[in-house]
Design a protein around this ligand. Sequence first.
Ligand code: 5GP
Length: 189
Amino acid sequence: MASFKPTLFVVSGPSGAGKGTLVERVRSLYPGLGLTVSATTRSPRPGEVDGKSYYFLSPEEFSRRIEAGEFVEWAEVHGHRYGTLVSEVSSLLAQGSSLVLEIDVQGALQVREKFPEAVLIFIAPPSLDELRARLVGRGTETPESIELRLANAEHELSLAPRYDEIIVNDDLDDATQALLRTFEKYERN
Ligand code: 5GP
């Protein structure tokens, strides 16, 4: 019988590459995979719930928590701060669950420093043109935010070779299967 070990997965990729949708789909197929709730200083979008989508913190509260050493990693992304709380990771690891952090590339590289055994998975868009089309179609971003996210995407893509696995999200079903197989592969090693 295959043995399973709790694994810390990190999923990153440019905004609009579809990592949120992919992680959500894979979690419904792969029960037992915990997802941490990040903290952020950005404002909630319509429909986002504090404590579920993110912990929405004021800049002062975020700074206080950095000082208190409450973050595993944090980074400034698209003009706001985002971070993973130690409490989120330790409670899931204590339960013996594998978990997935859906965070940006700067955060992912910090996690690799602290947890060298973490598995880093990069979700890439098929192209930058397709990424722009998706960000426009999503309708959640202002034109300035779209330009900022696209500029950041080029930098993020340049860091993809530092990840353990790269999945191109061209077709959602194919990419979901590829992510599922990746989780299974590392948990069984
Ligand atoms: P959004 O504002 O679209 O929800 O997220 C913007 C970016 O912040 C995404 O690339 C997302 O992966 C990243 N992000 C979300 N949570 C965290 C976190 O806890 N740490 C870091 N470093 N990045 C995060």
